[in-house]
Design a protein around this ligand. Structure first.
Ligand code: IPM
Ligand code: MG
Length: 362
């Protein structure tokens, strides 16, 4: 099949890890008889330097024309300061590209070979870790209005708004329940229902929906407790579903269970609107642009490579191809010689990618 994809490398380590993902995609798609059709476009500071905008109209057009977006990272803290927050690439490019994509899947796996990498004690990792975080991505504090700073210093006030409508809660919980059904049938719904109205509604909706999923074991956790239980019993978590801000925080915490944020891929998925159109699904490693290590060929490419695997699975339905990539990553990670610095090794980004490519046929 044809695989038309928009590739947006962006800033910092974005170009290196995206190149690695493409190097892995090429042989896999070829082997299975597909035609990979990458179309490159600029984003972030790379785009500002080219044409003055972090998300140029030409890039939006490329994204609309293709069936998936493979994204690297945006942002350069040294230059971000020169712009007011609403004009920084994170807001202008990242949040804009995610618009309409309400389901953010972040997959955290601790391969047995890397148990020693985890900061947790080994007895907590006896069963390994395989957690799918389903984060609501288009509501809550990020988008609720008002969101502003009011008045004059030193008496200013600031307000953010957390708002959720029932249908928004229902559609993300549905992704949670259905993902659990395809996995180990356990769903942790995380909220702060003892305090927040949005969470009380969330929990009520989750309870009502549970009747349709008798095969899924649902537990409700307050977010503070969830952040503790992730460290205390990580192997018990299968799918964790939560609202936007809680998901942002918990996914960074959970990524460290696996030893490095550099290992974690993500997908942002939407649903067709009333005209049958949906925003282009978006795939990115959850790490940022890491400017301190950019251009040195030492970044961990695994988050980007596994994001490409998620793209094959979710956008193109190529489950077997995705599985081949995941198996090759695990095989490559088994050898300490091919681990990058974040995993305690000395391998370059390209050497680790070579190892993944070499393992594809195995
Ligand atoms: C993430 C990031 C973003 C978010 C920022 C950069 C806007 O932290 O992808 O987790 O909060 O969603
Ligand atoms: Mg984050």
């Amino acid at each position: 099949m044809d695989l038309p994809i928009a590739v947006l490398p962006g800033d910092g380590i974005g170009p290196e890890v995206t190149a690695a993902a493409l190097r892995v995609l090429e042989p896999v798609t070829k082997k299975f008889g597909h035609r990979l059709q990458p179309q490159y476009a600029s984003v972030g500071w790379a785009a500002i330097d080219e044409c003055g905008q972090a998300l140029p109209p030409a890039t939006c057009a490329v994204c609309r024309r293709n069936q998936a977006i493979l994204f690297g990272a945006v942002g350069r803290p040294d230059r971000d300061q020169s712009l007011p927050p609403p004009q920084r690439p994170e807001r202008v490019a990242l949040l804009e590209l995610r618009r309409g994509l309400f389901a953010n899947l972040r997959h955290i796996v601790l391969p047995p070979a890397l148990a020693g990498q985890s900061p947790l004690k080994e007895h907590l990792l006896a069963d390994g870790i395989d957690i799918l975080i389903v984060r609501e991505l288009t509501g809550g504090l990020y988008y609720g209005r008002p969101q502003e700073i009011i008045g004059q210093a030193p008496q200013r006030r600031a307000v953010d708004t957390m708002a959720y409508a029932e249908p928004e809660i229902r559609r993300i919980l549905k992704v949670g329940f259905e993902s659990a059904r395809r996995r180990r049938r356990r769903l942790a719904s995380v909220d702060k229902a003892n305090i927040l109205a949005t969470s009380a509604l969330w929990r009520e909706v989750a309870r009502a929906m549970a009747a349709d999923y008798p095969d899924v074991r649902l537990e409700h956790l307050y977010v503070d407790n969830a952040s503790m239980q992730l460290l205390r019993r990580p192997g018990d978590f299968d799918v964790l579903v939560t609202e936007n801000t809680f998901g942002d925080i918990l996914s960074d915490e959970a990524s460290m269970l696996a030893g490095s944020i550099g290992l974690v891929p993500s997908a942002c998925l939407g649903e067709p609107d009333e005209n049958g159109r949906s925003a282009t699904p978006f795939y990115e490693p959850i790490h940022g642009s890491a400017p301190d290590i950019a251009g040195r060929n030492i970044a961990n490419p695994v988050g980007a490579i596994l994001s490409a695997a998620m793209m094959l699975e979710h956008t193109f339905g190529l489950l077997q191809e995705a599985k081949v990539i995941r198996a090759a990553v695990l095989a490559a990670l088994r050898d300490p010689n091919y681990r990058t610095a974040d995993l305690g090794g000395a391998a370059t980004c390209s050497a680790m990618t070579d190892a993944v490519i070499a393992a594809l046929g195995a």
